[in-house]
Design a protein around this ligand. Structure first.
Ligand SMILES: *[C@@H]1O[C@H](CO)[C@@H](O)[C@H](O)[C@H]1NC(C)=O
Ligand SMILES: *[C@@H]1O[C@H](CO)[C@@H](O)[C@H](O)[C@H]1NC(C)=O
Length: 441
């Protein structure tokens, strides 16, 4: 065929037309809202790589093969038998500040679900025993245990109403309800099939490193049982606890300063709760007051940090844990990965569980409450200005996801820059911004 000039021109126009159609179709496809954008707007905003990370957890609908790098193919198939089921359990009082703190815990629990493929291998459920009416202030996705509780391949949130009887029983020391709920048949039924129980207070925050810990992919070894290890007494306290244990016939093997968070199996969680409440009752009735030998010079409620009624449950827990595990307990069971302080400047990846203690510096739950009060009382325009100024939220979320990918997916030893403090602060403010947005404030 002879190629005339006019044929060449026609061919040129035809190919230009084809390119135009191609570009237009690309433009439309890319600007359509991909399905996953509705699901995880927070993540989509942060970075391209995090988009990929997230989309691999979704169906094929949302991920185009050309954008997912081979590293993310790790997700493929995790055999059912390899899935590790853990339950984070807690009781929630009706106190409004506690409910707000729980919502931070809830956000951190949701955040874990971004860390695929690990979040598909370690399924962490949330089980809340709530004092009415706080059950009605839980997120909508938390459903009653009675609506069909079973171990699933996706993490779920359940609740059960806390029996008023338990609150009544401990009205002179309400904190003990956060342990006593574990003695109910409902708790036993709900938790018996899990591999791990993480007992927490409502002012806890979960770290994505928890998934690594439970999957045994963390530098800190997962033991049969571990407890938060934070000092809450003096030598006077320790001596006194050993003497009381001896007096009551319990074995104390000298492991002190175990904190309120336990990571154990379900049967053990009930045993510890049983003995802790039992010893706790004894301590409250017999070991405080000016008539008690050895503490005559202290006020009736004791004196922090020597001997203080406010932490009776920790004293009781220490005696119970020392007795129950007397043949195996050692210092390594008091772990720095649990009850890690929320104002810690150490890497987020060193903490599995973070506790908002009475920190003097951010993240400090009391100071945050004050800041929030002012924030919601601003004029709307200044509130929006504040939100816009808080640019580091995205940056920090992006870094967390990148650090996870480098460490876990690419197996690279990287410099870890996000601190526990950064993580909790960003989570708390993002929660506040989302909540004000949700109620159109
Ligand atoms: C996704 O794609 C793979 C192979 O391309 C296929 O085996 C699998 O069934 C698909 N999954 C869904 C949910 O469509
Ligand atoms: C608690 O311990 C007591 C005494 O050992 C036992 O009778 C009781 O059944 C235990 N309760 C639970 C809930 O395990």
């Amino acid at each position: 065929m002879r190629c005339t000039v006019s044929t060449k021109v026609k061919l040129l126009f035809l190919s230009l037309l084809l390119i135009l159609i191609w570009q237009t179709s690309l433009f439309y496809c890319e600007n359509r809202c991909p399905i996953h954008e509705n699901v995880a707007p927070i993540i989509i905003e942060t970075s391209l790589s995090s988009t990929q990370l997230y989309s691999t957890t979704r169906s094929n609908l949302s991920s185009s093969p050309s954008t997912s790098s081979p590293a993310f193919m790790l997700t493929s198939k995790i055999s059912k038998s390899k899935i590790i089921h853990a339950a984070v359990v807690l009781s929630l009082s009706k106190q409004t500040s506690h409910i707000a703190e729980f919502h931070l815990l809830y956000e951190s629990w949701r955040f874990l679900q971004i860390f695929a493929p690990l979040s598909e291998q370690v399924i962490v459920d949330l089980i809340v025993f709530c004092e009415m009416p706080s059950c009605y202030q839980l997120p909508f996705t938390c459903i009653p245990i009675s609506y069909g509780h079973k171990l699933d391949s996706i993490p779920r949130c359940f609740y059960e109403k806390l029996e008023p009887r338990i609150v009544w029983n401990w009205k002179d020391y309400l904190y003990m309800t956060s342990i006593a709920f574990m003695l109910t048949p409902q708790y036993q039924r709900a938790t018996q099939n899990y591999r791990w129980i993480l007992r927490v207070d409502q002012d806890a925050v979960l770290s994505p490193a928890l998934l690594m810990g439970l999957a045994r992919k963390h530098p800190v070894k997962l033991l049969d049982m571990q407890f938060g290890g934070i000092g809450h007494g003096t030598e006077f306290t320790n001596n006194r606890l050993r003497k009381i244990a001896q007096k009551l016939g319990y074995t104390h093997v000298g492991i002190h300063n175990l904190c309120s968070t336990w990571l154990v199996n379900p049967q053990d969680s009930i045993r510890i709760a049983n003995l802790t409440t039992h010893i706790g009752r004894y301590l409250l009735q017999n070991e405080f007051g000016r008539h008690v030998p050895g503490i005559e010079d202290l006020p009736a409620i004791g004196e922090w940090p020597k001997w203080w009624r406010g932490v009776t449950s920790l004293y009781a827990g220490e005696i119970a844990i020392n007795h129950i595990y007397s043949s195996t307990l050692s210092h390594q069971h008091g772990s720095t990965t649990l009850d890690h302080s929320a104002d810690s400047q150490s890497s987020l990846w060193n903490a599995w569980h973070i506790h908002c203690l009475h920190n003097p510096t951010y993240f400090a739950k009391f100071q945050h409450r004050i800041d929030l009060f002012f924030f919601v009382h601003y004029f709307q325009a200044s509130r929006i200005r504040t939100i816009k100024k808080y640019y580091s939220v995205e940056l920090i979320i992006k870094r967390i996801i990148n650090e996870f990918e480098d460490m876990y997916i690419r197996n690279e030893n990287i410099q870890r820059t996000v601190t526990v403090r950064d993580y909790v602060t960003v989570l708390a403010w993002r929660k506040a911004y989302a909540a004000t947005g949700a109620i159109n404030l």
